[in-house]
Every structure is written in structure tokens, then in C-alpha cells.
Ligand binder design. Structure first.
Ligand SMILES: NC(=O)c1ccc[n+]([C@@H]2O[C@H](COP(=O)([O-])OP(=O)(O)OC[C@H]3O[C@@H](n4cnc5c(N)ncnc54)[C@H](OP(=O)(O)O)[C@@H]3O)[C@@H](O)[C@H]2O)c1
Length: 227
């Protein structure tokens, strides 16, 4: 039986890498981009005969409603990858900049996940949200990038509420995933791993955790992170 994944925020970086990884594993993949300029790299992937591209901005309620109406069911995996770093300094950032990071990284993904929950396959479906090691309060020993950290910590909290309020009853596993420090536009050239390594590792962890019936905070390498 072919498995189906919806990967949200797939124009480049880790989202594009996840699409490539799941296509290489024989999955049917629905990938979202924000506009047509994000489609070319996806269309060039091997296995793109099993790929459908949709448009969605996670901060738009209209886009969320349209995506929900377009996506078939059941989904074996919903991976919400979309995210932005935002300004490094909280004190000099504008309210609008802070709001954009919170809506893109936390509330948009959570609202989309709630809207799509009924499409996830019961008992074995997985909802993954792209978190980060920087979301861990226990691991925050350096500070910095506080808007980003706070937005992803909020995402982790919203994911827990989503698991309690919706996913658990369906048997859907919820994973808050740390991809590692990856060489992408966001991660920069100093990242310790490449996109392929991170995405292969994350896909292995998603497979290993399907059916776990929990909400876990895990890394691409299987390491469990402290909240
Ligand atoms: N790279 C790292 O080291 C690292 C580490 C920890 C966590 N992460 C997380 O991993 C995810 C992907 O990061 P990346 O390194 O691949 O970053 P990236 O190369 O900057 O890619 C970000 C992706 O998110 C999409 N996106 C941004 N805002 C969106 C919105 N409002 N609606 C829908 N899509 C949106 C972008 O689409 P456009 O092309 O349209 O802008 C792009 O596809 C993020 O959530 C990030 O926080 C990355």
C-alpha cells in the first residue's frame, strides 16, 4: 500500500529535502509552496510523478481552508516544516516582526494541524511539526534569538495541546522534531549536517515512532530532547 505525506513549506531547504526523501521511499507526496516560484525545484525531483503541488501560506486562514478542501485522506504523515528565523534581537524588533514570527512558527502551524487532524490515518498516522533544539527551555544555556526560541517553544506547547485535545483520541502520534543544525538558507554554511543527512534521519525517526501514540520531542538522530 502506498503511503501518503503532506509536507507544508517545501520550496527549498529541509522541506524540499523531505519531499525528495519520501519520494525516494516510494511515497505519494503532496507538497506546499507559497507561490509558483517555489515549484521548479520540486518538479525536478526524481519520482515527481507521485508528487502534487499545492499553494499555502500557513499564516492565512483562507489558505488553510482551501488546503483542507484539496487534500485527500487518509494521510499517513502531515509534516509542517514552514518556519522563519525573524530578527535576532527582541528589544529592537517591531511588534509586527514579532507577530509574524509567532504566526509563522507557532499559531499558523497549530491551526493548520487542527484543521487537518481528521485526515490523518487513525492509529498509525503521524503529525510532525518542525521544532528546533533552540525551543528547549532546559537546554537554553546561551540565550539569543529569543523571538525564534519563544515561537518554537510555543509551537511545542501547542503541539502538546493538540495531542491531548485531538490526536490522542485518533491514535495519531505527534512529534516535535529537531532537524539538527543544517546547511540551508536559514542554517547557513556553518551547519554541522547537510539536508540529505537530516531528512534521511528524520524520515527514519518518523517511521520508528508511527504508532507510538505519544507526543515526543525528538531529534533527527533519535535523541530525545528535554522540554
Ligand atoms: N536549518 C537549520 O539548521 C534548522 C534548525 C532547526 C530548525 N529548523 C527549522 O526547519 C524548518 C525549515 O528550515 P530551513 O532551514 O529549511 O529554512 P529555509 O531554507 O529558510 O526554508 C524555509 C521554508 O519555509 C517556508 N515558509 C516560510 N514562511 C512560510 C509561510 N508563512 N507559509 C508557508 N511556508 C513558509 C519557505 O517558503 P518560501 O520559499 O516561500 O519562503 C521555505 O520553504 C524551519 O521551521 C526552521 O525553523 C531549521
Amino acid at each position: 500500500m502506498t503511503q501518503t505525506a503532506l509536507i507544508v513549506g517545501a520550496s527549498r531547504g529541509l522541506g524540499l529535502g523531505l519531499v525528495a526523501e519520501f519520494l525516494s521511499r516510494g511515497w505519494t507526496v503532496i507538497a506546499t509552496v507559497r507561490d509558483a516560484s517555489g515549484e521548479a525545484a520540486l518538479r525536478a525531483l526524481a519520482g515527481s510523478g507521485r508528487l502534487t503541488v499545492r499553494h499555502a501560506d500557513v499564516t492565512s486562514d483562507a489558505d488553510i481552508d482551501r488546503l483542507v478542501s484539496e487534500v485527500p485522506e487518509p494521510l499517513d504523515l502531515l509534516f509542517i516544516n514552514a518556519g522563519i528565523m525573524g530578527p535576532p534581537d527582541m528589544l529592537s524588533a517591531s511588534v509586527e516582526e514579532i507577530d509574524r514570527v509567532m504566526r509563522t512558527n507557532a499559531f499558523g502551524p497549530a491551526r493548520l494541524a487542527w484543521a487537518l487532524m481528521d485526515k490523518l490515518r487513525e492509529q498509525t498516522g503521524v503529525l510532525a511539526l518542525m521544532s528546533t533544539g533552540m525551543a528547549s527551555i532546559a537546554d537554553n544555556t546561551s540565550g539569543g534569538y529569543d523571538i525564534y526560541r519563544a515561537s518554537k517553544a510555543a509551537q511545542n506547547m501547542l503541539a502538546r495541546s493538540l495531542w491531548i485535545g485531538s490526536a490522542r483520541a485518533r491514535g495519531v502520534t505527534v512529534l516535535s522534531v529537531n532537524p539538527g543544525w543544517v546547511r540551508t538558507d536559514m542554517g547557513g554554511p556553518g551547519g554541522t549536517i547537510d539536508v540529505e543527512t537530516s531528512c534521511r534521519g528524520m524520515a527514519n525517526q518518523l517511521a520508528a515512532n508511527a504508532g507510538a501514540h505519544e507526543h515526543r520531542f525528538i531529534g533527527w538522530n533519535g535523541r530525545e530532547l528535554p522540554w
